[in-house]
Design a protein around this ligand. Structure first.
Ligand code: ADP
Ligand code: MG
Length: 569
């Protein structure tokens, strides 16, 4: 009998190793325990989660941060369905991810096998590529194709089915094992913009009176911080980062007009979009939020994206690094037609608004109940300026927090993103901390509702030795909650609002129960002390449960999401 030299699981692990994978996020179970074990034996870190959804979110964000596909491993059936959340998240944010999931034996298909599901079909609508290898020998080819497809063009998701019989297969032929290996997918090839479109863009920019550069998370993903900075230094044009475009150039740059966003949108006559879509986040490029005469120039890697919602956009198809350099080179000096009053008007507005947030943050006594502004002001004062990776989610916590926490480095702010996905926080924090390692501290500032989606992943963080610092901004509810008395009265009467969560839930104790540290704080003094102690606890997973006034912002205003006022039914 010939000798077994490896299993199918070893082949999968070797293929991932060849792709340069250093960490896999997932949950084991039949039939993928062997795959995870083989990965560990091959020197790949396996971070085992408590729900595939968070594992897939971790892989999703890892793809964004590393610029290579993040990898998620799950069981079949329900495991895949949970992980779909991460595929959607990657698709919608344009980040590379590969999901590998166990599936039933190839000779048991359609027989009602264990956790049987047509996973290739289930994943297909979120994926650029979704496949079940036709044979064991084809596995490395299919995995390479998944990596390449996830990475090339507009980044996105890919899925590979791992049938149980392939995983368990006993490989005896070393020659075949070696021959079917494939090498690492090289980084994506890049292209420059077409000259005609470039000329038109340059002419628009040169004639602009009120130019605005919008920096999206595509610029962050493309690692174009150097090129974008050069462009701003040369043109002296004001710039506006999108929520995750923050940090490509430091928020403290004098031309950053985040704090005068509405005014900038209304006044800009020529807008250069660098890796940002004209979707809901940018109000589709339509008035009344934008000036009705505005012209857009859009740099994007995806041809289908160009001119979406604005047919008069000048399209610059290709890679952000290369195209931004093309623009900088083609412009010989700062934009001479730019109206100085436009820039100084924005800069003044920024100063006024920053002052307003300062005033809001310093209101009340040190022992008073906190609110978003006062809590964020305390936290900001204590956190270091650099070396912090922010994770932010929860409606108000994320929205209000955006204006309090400056981001000075690219890819250092992660939030609910294009999908406005709540529940990404723990997966993102774990994915980010495992990517950045000891060099950075991940600080999640999240709402109580958002945190609840995946609080059990605290155990994952503690077990994996990831020193996350999670600050839960707790107002007893979604958007807002109730005071203790109101809550108990409503509970008794059966009139509890759908936005309510239990009063003063002790999220800090969940951390302690999982082996981490916890603080429960109610005022400035307690909060400041807790943040300092948590920062000092460098190797520990920490949760600070910050009670704020439950009332908060009670009026929900969706008006900003509408296409135009007119188009409403
Ligand atoms: P934001 O949410 O910050 O506005 P989006 O996710 O809407 O950003 O847009 C990011 C865009 O960047 C996507 O349309 C994507 O196709 C594009 N993109 C990603 N990588 C590159 C790249 N290397 N070059 C050009 N465009 C890119
Ligand atoms: Mg809340």
């Amino acid at each position: 009998m010939s000798q077994v030299i490896a299993s199918g699981a070893d082949l999968i692990a070797q293929t991932l190793k060849n792709q340069g994978v250093t960490v896999v996020f997932g949950i084991v179970g039949i039939p993928v325990v062997e795959v995870a074990e083989a990965c560990v034996n091959a020197g790949i870190r396996f971070i085992g989660f408590r729900n595939e959804q968070s594992a897939a979110y971790a892989a999703s964000v890892y793809g964004y941060l590393s610029g290579r596909p993040g990898v998620c491993l799950s069981v079949g059936g329900p495991g895949v369905v949970h992980a779909l959340a991460g595929l959607l998240n990657s698709k919608i944010n344009c980040w590379p991810i590969v999901l590998l999931s166990g599936s039933c034996e190839t000779d048991q298909t359609d027989m009602g096998a264990f956790q049987e599901l047509d996973q290739v079909e289930a994943c297909r609508q979120y994926c650029k590529y979704s496949a079940r290898p036709a044979s064991l020998e084809q596995l490395p080819f299919v995995i390479e194709k998944a990596f390449r497809t996830a990475l090339y063009g507009r980044p996105g998701a890919a899925y590979v089915d791992l049938p149980a019989d392939y995983i368990q297969y006993a490989i005896t032929n070393k020659k075949v094992f070696d021959a079917i290996q494939v090498s690492r997918v090289p980084n994506a090839p890049k292209s420059m913009a077409d000259q005609t479109n470039l000329n038109e863009a340059i002419s628009l920019l040169k004639n602009a009176k009120s130019p605005l550069v919008v920096i999206g998370k595509g610029a962050a993903y493309a690692r174009a911080e150097h090129e974008v900075k050069e462009l701003i230094e040369k043109t002296k044009a004001p710039f506006l980062p999108t929520p995750m475009g923050k940090g490509v150039i430091s928020d403290s740059h004098p031309l950053c007009v985040s704090a005068a966003r509405s005014k900038a949108l209304k006044e800009a006559d020529v807008v250069l979009l660098i890796g940002a879509r004209l979707n809901w986040i940018l109000h589709y490029g339509h008035s009344p939020r934008w000036n009705s005469n505005v012209r857009f120039i859009q740099i994007d890697i995806s041809p289908e994206e160009l001119r979406n919602n604005r047919q008069d956009t000048v399209p610059l198809l290709g890679d952000i690094q290369l195209i931004v350099s093309q623009i900088t080179q083609a412009l010989d000096s700062k934009l001479t037609n730019m109206n100085p009053a436009y820039v100084s008007g924005l800069v003044d507005k920024v100063k006024q608004n920053v002052e307003k947030t300062k005033i809001a943050g310093s209101k009340g006594s040190d022992s008073a109940i906190l609110n978003y502004a006062t809590a964020f002001t305390v936290i900001k004062r204590i956190l270091p300026e650099n070396g912090v990776v922010y994770v932010s989610e929860g409606a108000n916590t994320m929205d209000i927090g955006r204006s309090y926490f400056d981001v000075n480095e690219p890819r250092h702010r992660l939030d609910a993103g294009t999908g406005a996905t709540m529940g990404v926080g723990m997966g993102y924090a774990i994915g980010a901390q495992s990517y950045y390692g000891d060099a950075k501290r991940v600080v999640s500032i999240v709402g109580d509702s958002a945190f609840g989606f995946s609080a059990m992943e605290l155990e994952t963080a503690v077990r994996s030795g990831l020193p996350l610092l999670i600050i839960v901004i707790n107002n007893n509810g979604i958007y807002h909650g109730l005071e203790d008395e109101e809550y108990h009265a409503a509970l008794k009467d059966g009139t509890l609002p759908t936005t309510s969560l239990s009063v003063e839930t002790r999220y800090d104790l969940i951390s302690e129960a999982c082996g981490g540290k916890g603080w429960f704080v109610k005022n400035r003094i307690e909060l400041a002390k807790a943040v300092k102690e948590a920062l000092a606890a460098k190797d520990e997973t920490c949760v600070i449960n910050v009670m704020i006034a439950p009332g908060g912002r009670t009026k929900l205003d969706f008006g900003w999401m509408q296409k135009t006022e007119k188009a409403r039914l």
